[in-house]
Design a protein around this ligand. Structure first.
Ligand SMILES: [Zn+2]
Length: 108
């Protein structure tokens, strides 16, 4: 499967929610969620490789999850990107405290 198809598949399996922060994501346009403006961009659905490409991770359904642009970017912005397990704990902790980008997010 192509990456785009894998991402779409993961989106459906995750019921449109980000693998990390659980916020709802959009695929083609923020209007799908009734969002607009600059803050809506961070909820764009992206394909996240659990094992990164440079570490040998492939484009397979077991290795691709759907993550919002915000979570995806911040994970890979680090010099040593944390493992998905470590990162998911980190993100959830922040979400539970009302941090991360929950002020703009839709969870229901
Ligand atoms: Zn997210």
């Amino acid at each position: 499967m192509k990456l785009k198809a894998l991402r779409a598949r993961a989106f459906v399996l995750q019921r449109g929610r980000c693998y990390y922060c659980k916020a709802r994501m959009w695929q083609a346009t923020p209007a799908e969620l009734g969002l607009r403006g600059r803050s809506s961009r961070q909820f764009k659905c992206t394909a996240e490789h659990l094992v990164a490409r440079r570490d040998g991770g492939r484009d397979t359904c077991g290795n691709i999850v759907a993550a919002c642009l915000y979570c995806n970017r911040l994970r890979h912005a680090r010099k040593m990107p944390p493992t998905p397990e470590v990162y998911v704990t980190h993100v959830r902790k922040r979400v539970d405290r009302g941090g991360w980008h929950v002020a703009f997010a839709i969870f229901e």
